[in-house]
Ligand binder design. Structure first.
Ligand code: FES
Length: 152
């Protein structure tokens, strides 16, 4: 059911933890399954120098947050904004369709951390929308979640 990459990132997640005095912190949850993801970003001169996460959630949520932090480190803010739940899932060699919604947590928590960074620095990041606290209610363009799609 899961690719080797998903299993690897689930068993050995990268960048677990928190960043003290992070430039931006984002927390989102999915009220339906109760899973929560928190992302910390360290941003210097417009570049994401470091990213860490804590996920209280299913294996797909852990694997996607691990991969999302890997993808975002070293990127500019503009590049980071292009990371979507689909690109994270692709980098993991795919997710089962019923688990695609889990990857939304990774995208949304990343965006929430960038939003927090922008707020703290009193800047506007073009193309960044105000994050939602609950991805389940969010009408997302890549929304793959359907009723009864099998949260853990
Ligand atoms: Fe809730 Fe995966 S994020 S089941």
């Amino acid at each position: 059911m899961y690719s080797e990459k998903v299993m690897d990132h689930f068993m050995n997640p990268r960048n677990v933890g928190e960043i003290e005095n992070a430039s931006g912190v984002g927390t989102v949850g999915n009220a339906k399954c109760g899973d929560i993801m928190k992302v910390y970003l360290q941003i210097e001169d417009g570049i994401i120098k470091d990213a860490k996460f804590k996920t209280f959630g299913c294996g797909a949520a852990v694997a996607t947050s691990s991969m999302a932090t890997e993808l975002v480190i070293g990127k500019t803010i503009e590049e980071a904004l292009k990371i979507t739940n689909k690109s994270v899932a692709e980098a993991l060699d795919g997710l089962p369709p019923v688990k695609m919604h889990c990857s939304l947590l990774a995208e949304e928590s990343l965006h929430a951390a960038l939003w927090d960074y922008a707020k703290k620095n009193n800047i506007t990041i073009e193309g960044l929308k105000e994050p939602v606290a609950d991805v389940h209610d969010h009408d997302h363009h890549d929304h793959d979640h359907e009723e009864g799609s099998g949260c853990c």
